[in-house]
Design a protein around this ligand. Structure first.
Ligand code: AHR
Length: 644
């Protein structure tokens, strides 16, 4: 299934899947359920909707990048994932050949990549090859008639080892689905490139990659890479299906690079942006906080290009002197190098190509500066029990505001020393907690800092949310939307998860995938529905007589002349509603209802049932300025109304 960039396009493709909804509608207000009255005062704005309200937050967790969005297929491509052995690689010896492999810490293609895989071939010939194979990230996703672009760094020992044969092999049938040869290797480290083209093979994730030689001798390999076609054909780019799913959410921003991933477990495991830019052979990678090492193939520039591809603004989080195991740097001279690094990072992102770090970005392939408005100082600094955040924030604030007065600074917890422009709030809750908290921001001061709900999710369902979670999410979103004059940005977290056993570390994640396929959870579709019906004004409205688990928001899109009503029925009974559009002089006679529902709140989508729960579109008759609608039990609904 290919998702396109709006729910309106998705819905017809998926319409076949959800016939259950049709039992409820305009005529059939079921007996015994009270009819609620929703009065909407069309054109009467109570607040502006922030155009940045919905965005993305990701980090290297759950194999979000390596083994996820970042399209690289080779796992442990630089042999640094384990310091003792070449994990995810095994020796291959066809009968009659003999070879062994080992990690070699004495040679590598660069200072950043000082180790390599040493392949010693004792016996091999043209028909009895020997070499190594890589298992990929739970397989290699192989599709028919597709060109895969690859490369590796290698050098040979003195012996003539002959060409290297590179092959994609099916795990079960042993079929060589694509193969090519790279000419004889030289004695010095050098990069070799190749292409693998599949024919009319069956799509499958059960494949591995082999590198083989047909002569005795020694070969060293490093930075072995293989990429399928990427989104917008970006070199070193992103996986197409996942980018399409993200595009369909119409996100306004990307909070990068994390999360805990920004901080690292220890100070020297933080996201050191300078080590993530430039040619891959110069990137050492680093230990992440989520139990595996990051290749840093998704480096700072790749994050920014991802923003460019999906028309998102980067919300740049800078390392602010606190790491997860409680290490911190006191404000003052010791912190200053980190402040300088943040200033340089800002220049790398947004400076002209005539600035020092803008010029580096230009040399890295992107002369044009990226837009930048928001800088987040640290992450979840309420965990820093030393009490140093107030001072650390002040030091970053003063330096950044001095050089970049227009930048808006986000604090990760309230501070007293300075007034942040924005505070980042995080909520990981159960659905019933969100149902009870939809008025969280109703009374928040409108004169203090704005709010960024930088991480939030209903944590029910694993590895991706079930329908109850989607109901909790949707209820929570109605509250953020109603208050989006103060809640200017929000991002669900975590966004991505490789659903293979061992692939994910966080319990509930929005989008799931394996090496070949991906799916949106019910919560994902709720996000798509809200993100594509954001409007620009919250309109005055009143709901009376509805059940306790019914939530709604009403926004208007002035440019489109459209009223978007979101109604969430989180109860087990249908909710009949009379909707009255007051003050509207001209209402179209037909509205569109987009509905996401499930028979049971525990129903969900999965890698094997990816489209069990998807939005379904239908028409609703409008009678003058009134319409009647019964909302199904366990349903999330958007009604699009053409109004003037
Ligand atoms: O989203 C998962 C983690 O939750 C983030 O890394 C961290 O900021 C939060 O604690």
């Amino acid at each position: 299934m290919v998702l396109r960039s709006s729910v309106a396009r998705i819905v017809p493709i998926l319409a076949l899947f959800s016939l259950t909804l049709r039992a409820y509608g305009q005529e059939q207000a079921p007996q015994g359920t009270a009819t609620a009255l929703l009065e909407v005062q069309v054109g009467k704005s109570t607040a502006k909707v922030s155009p940045m309200l919905y965005g993305l937050m990701t980090e290297e967790i759950n194999h979000s990048y390596d083994g996820g969005l970042y399209a690289e297929l080779v796992r442990n491509r630089t042999f640094q994932d384990d310091s003792n052995k070449p994990v995810f690689w095994t020796v291959v010896q066809s009968s009659g050949a003999r070879a062994s492999i080992a990690l070699d810490k004495s040679t590598g293609p660069s200072e950043a990549l000082p180790v390599s895989l040493k392949l010693d071939v004792q016996k091999a010939d043209d028909t009895h090859l020997a070499g190594v194979e890589n298992e990929g990230y739970w397989g290699f996703g192989v599709r028919p008639n597709t060109t895969y672009r690859g490369s590796f760094y290698a050098k040979a020992g003195n012996e003539a080892t002959g060409p290297v044969t590179v092959t994609l092999v099916n795990d079960y049938s042993g079929e060589r689905t694509a193969s090519t040869t790279v000419p004889a290797l030289g004695g010095d480290w050098k990069q070799y490139s190749f292409e693998l083209k599949t024919s009319d093979v069956q799509s499958s994730s059960a494949n591995h990659l082999m590198l083989e030689v047909g002569h005795p001798g020694t070969v060293w390999f490093s930075l072995v890479s293989l990429l399928p076609p990427t989104y917008d054909d970006r070199p070193n780019g992103n996986r197409i299906d996942l980018m399409q799913k993200l595009a369909a959410m119409r996100p306004a921003f990307l909070r990068l690079p994390g999360g805990n991933y920004l901080e690292g477990n220890h100070i020297d495991e933080r996201f050191e942006w300078k080590k993530t830019i430039g040619p891959l052979v110069g990137r050492p990678g680093h230990e992440g906080p989520w139990s595996y090492r990051s290749s840093d193939g998704m480096g700072l520039l790749e994050f920014l290009e991802w923003c460019e591809d999906l028309h998102m603004d980067p919300v740049l989080a800078v390392y602010a002197g606190y790491s997860l195991r409680g290490e911190h740097i006191d404000p003052g001279p010791q912190l200053q190098p980190f402040v300088e690094s943040a200033l340089e990072e800002i220049e790398y992102v947004s400076g002209g190509a005539d600035t020092k770090w803008g010029a580096v970005r230009a040399r890295n392939g992107h002369p044009k500066a990226f837009p930048l408005t928001y800088i987040e100082v640290g992450n979840e600094d309420w965990f820093d029990k030393s009490g140093s955040y107030d001072g650390r924030f002040a030091q970053f604030y003063d330096a950044i505001k001095k050089k970049y007065p227009k930048l808006q600074l986000i604090a990760t917890t309230p501070v007293k020393s300075r007034t942040p422009d924005v505070i980042d709030d995080h909520f990981y809750k159960r659905a019933d907690q969100f149902f009870d908290d939809t008025h969280h921001y109703d009374k928040t001061s409108r004169t203090g800092p704005k709010i960024f709900v930088g991480e939030w999710a209903t944590m029910e369902g694993s590895p991706t949310p079930d329908f109850n979670a989607a109901l909790g999410d949707a209820a929570w979103m109605t509250g953020m939307e109603r208050n989006s004059d103060v809640v200017i940005m929000s991002s669900y977290a975590p966004l991505l998860a490789n659903v293979n056993p061992g692939g994910w570390q966080w319990r509930t994640n929005l989008i799931g995938y394996d090496a070949l396929n991906s799916y949106g959870s019910p919560s994902y579709y709720a996000q798509v529905m809200f993100g594509t019906h954001i409007g620009d004004q919250v309109v005055a409205s009143k709901l009376e007589g509805a059940g306790p688990r019914v939530f709604y928001s009403a926004t208007q899109d002035s440019a489109k002349g459209r009223l978007d009503l979101k109604v969430v029925n989180a109860s087990s009974t249908p909710q009949a509603m009379d909707i009255s559009l007051q003050g509207a002089s001209n209402v179209g006679s037909t509205a569109t209802l987009i509905s996401l529902s499930a028979k049971s709140p525990r129903d969900t989508n999965s890698i094997t049932e990816p489209t069990k729960i998807v939005p379904v579109e239908s028409s609703v008759q409008v009678m003058g300025t009134h319409l009647k609608q019964t909302f199904a039990p366990y349903s999330i609904n958007v009604i699009e109304l053409p109004v003037k």
